[in-house]
Write a protein that binds this ligand. Structure first.
Ligand SMILES: C[S@@+](CC[C@H](N)C(=O)[O-])C[C@H]1O[C@@H](n2cnc3c(N)ncnc32)[C@H](O)[C@@H]1O
Length: 253
C-alpha cells in the first residue's frame, strides 16, 4: 500500500474519487445514457424551464451540463476538487459548480435536488440519513428530490469478481465483493513503479433500507423507477433503483 492510500484511509471521504486515476479509469462515462435519463425525468416531472436544480455529488458535471442546456438553472456540488475544477470549465450564468459536502445544507433552496448515478451510501448509515435530511433542507416546500442508486439484487447476481482494465497504459486490477452489507471495490495498479491500492465502499442499500431511512426524515417516497426509461422498479431485474421523493408537508397534487 502506498503513502497516499494510507493517508486516505483515515478520512471518511474517499480520496479515490479525487485522484487522477479515478478519472483515467472512468473517462468514458456514458454521456448518452445521462442525457436520455435527464430528458426522461425532466419530462416526467414537468419542471418549468428556468427552475433551479441542485446536482448533489455531480462529479465532473455530466448531468448538470445537460440539464442546463435543456433550459434550467443548475448548481453542481461535489467534494472532489479535481472533478469540480474540470466541471467549472463548462460554467456559465445558469450553470455553476462548487466544492461542497452534500451532508452540509446550502443557503439556497431548489425546485429539484438530484443525486445521480450512485452518489449516495459512501458513508456511515447515520451519515446517509444526515444526507437525506440535508437534501430535504435544500428542497423548496413544493420541490422534488431524486436518488438514482444501483439495484443491489442485480449487482449481487451479476457481480464481476475480478476484472482487468487497461486505460492510458495503466493496467487496473479490479476486485469486487459484497461483504458486511457493502459493495467493496478494490482497485490496484502500478504507475511509475509505484504500487497503488484504492478501495471504494458503497452501502448495499435495498429499497426497504431506503424506506427505513426516509422514515427517519421529513421526506416521503412518491415513486420508484427501475431504469433510465422510467419503467417500474422490479428487484429481480431492474438495473437501477430510482427514488422520487418530496417533503411530507407537501400536499398531494
Ligand atoms: C459514482 S460518482 C458519480 C458522479 C456523478 N453524479 C456522475 O454521474 O458522473 C460519485 C460521486 O459522489 C461524490 N461524493 C461522495 N460523497 C460525497 C459527499 N459527501 N459530498 C459531495 N460529494 C460526494 C464523489 O466525489 C463522486 O464524484
Amino acid at each position: 500500500m502506498n503513502r497516499i492510500t494510507k493517508l486516505d484511509l483515515k478520512k471518511e471521504y474517499n480520496q479515490w474519487f479525487d485522484s487522477p486515476f479515478y478519472h483515467i479509469l472512468y473517462k468514458n462515462r456514458d454521456y448518452n445514457e445521462a442525457e436520455e435519463f435527464v430528458k426522461n425525468i425532466l419530462k416526467y416531472l414537468k419542471l418549468k424551464k428556468g427552475s433551479s436544480i441542485l446536482d448533489a455529488a455531480c462529479g465532473k458535471g455530466r448531468h448538470s451540463i445537460i440539464i442546463e442546456k435543456l433550459g434550467y438553472n443548475v448548481l453542481g456540488i461535489d467534494l472532489s476538487k479535481n472533478s469540480i475544477k474540470e466541471a467549472k470549465k463548462s460554467e456559465n450564468i445558469n450553470l455553476k459548480f462548487k466544492i461542497h459536502d452534500i451532508s452540509v445544507p446550502l443557503k439556497k433552496k431548489f425546485d429539484a435536488v438530484f443525486n445521480l448515478f450512485t452518489s449516495f451510501g459512501y458513508h456511515s448509515k447515520k451519515k446517509d440519513v444526515e444526507i437525506l435530511n440535508t437534501l430535504e433542507k435544500n428542497i423548496k416546500n413544493e420541490g422534488i428530490g431524486l436518488i438514482d442508486f444501483f439495484n443491489i439484487d442485480k449487482i449481487k447476481k451479476e457481480l464481476i469478481r475480478e476484472e482487468n482494465i487497461k486505460k492510458d497504459k495503466i493496467k487496473f486490477k479490479i476486485k469486487r465483493k459484497v461483504h458486511n452489507n457493502q459493495v467493496i471495490k478494490n482497485i490496484n495498479f502500478n504507475f511509475n513503479s509505484v504500487e497503488y491500492n484504492f478501495t471504494e465502499k458503497v452501502n448495499a442499500l435495498k429499497l426497504s433500507d431506503f424506506k427505513k431511512y426516509f422514515n427517519k426524515t421529513n421526506l416521503i417516497i412518491t415513486e420508484v423507477f427501475g431504469d433510465y426509461q422510467l419503467n417500474k422498479f422490479k428487484p429481480e431485474n431492474s438495473p437501477r433503483l430510482i427514488i422520487l421523493f418530496k417533503k411530507k408537508s407537501q400536499p398531494n397534487k
